[in-house]
Ligand binder design. Sequence first.
Ligand code: ASP
Length: 430
Amino acid sequence: MNATAHRSGPSRRLFIGLVIGVVCGLIANRLGADTPLVEQAVAVADVIGNLFLRLLFVMVVPLVVSALALAVAEIGDLGKLGRLGLATLAVTIVLSGSAVVIGVGLVNLIRPGDALAAARGDEQAATATAETGRLLAQATGMKKLRDILVDMIPQNPLQEMVGAIDGSSKGNGMLAVMVFALLLGAAIAASPEQCRPLVGWLEAWNTVAMTVIGWGMACAPLGAGCLVFATVARLGFDALVSLFWFAFTVLAGFAVQLLLVYPVVLRTLSRFRPLDFFRRAAEAMQVAFGTSSSNATLPTALRVAEQDLGLRRDAARFVLTVGATGNQNGTALFEGVVVLFLAQVFGVSLTAGQQLQVVLMAMLAGIGTAGVPGGSLPLVAVIAQSVGVPAEGIGLILGVDRLLDMCRTVLNVTGDLVVAACVAGDGRQG
Ligand code: ASP
């Protein structure tokens, strides 16, 4: 049986769950987000949605460590790994570079920030002080480049694993965990015979992680539907209306990247026809939309890459596991747009050099952003501060962030699959 036909059932159920979530959310929002019935419904949906998310997150660290270490060990030859790594890096730079340039180009063209006077900006920014304050504190607590580099190799990998998901690690969190897994895989590849038991152990962990996540995914139509319902019921689309031009700029950027850049790259560098690729990648894209988390979508993306796209397993594992944290096109685009939007709102004029700095920092931030809901916000504050844009202004966009997060995560995950399609090769040719 054709793999895609085989897998279209779960994907359709998930799609239906998401649509029901959006429609019910809109109805609830119309009824009034603060009426007791809606409040209760949102609270229940929130609990169900978060239980679903936890069922995915609970296995993310074992999954990342085992998938990445096994991928490197299976590739075996370090020269081959180096070539795969370089190819991955090259396509990643092209995709995230184009994403940020598109975003920055559109924000200069549409100038969504001009519509909001600075005074109004101050007033609205002040309404979100608690959350803004937390983000600013996180931003000022960001480390220096030297420390980031040194912390790439963790002193204590277990400590990094503990703080990898909730951002409480003192080092580089998930990035450091990934470096540890790469080292583990490389060392296994250097002495495969002696390390056979360790490979068996990692394979067992990988199976366990995929099994638990599989149970989670069986609840995806309900869980992701509840998450979307709670977000839409709370926010409705009114938040999007008051920031219409900002949201329009971000979504237009996403659309150009998705409908223009990815198809061109797929046609040039992979064996896939774009429409066929999107059809096969649909399930991962829907999970990304429902969870707003690249990390939570990783298991689905791995399965889609192997079963639906037919990519080579070891290479796809490597590219997708690294990409879930390290390649975030939607996030990079979003971060560039927000900083320039805030500059417009507060009347800070940025030179071409400063705009270039924003582009480069947004590309780097796409690597450092945790693949969790709202992961990009602290980095937006860092970039804004670095070019003299008042980072407090981030409060302005918090209201629409969750809705845009669902969309940028779709791009993040699709971007990873595009890179994999370009560099991972055909798994069915042995
Ligand atoms: N939610 C995004 C992701 O997981 C990260 C972000 O942009 O906030 O990919």
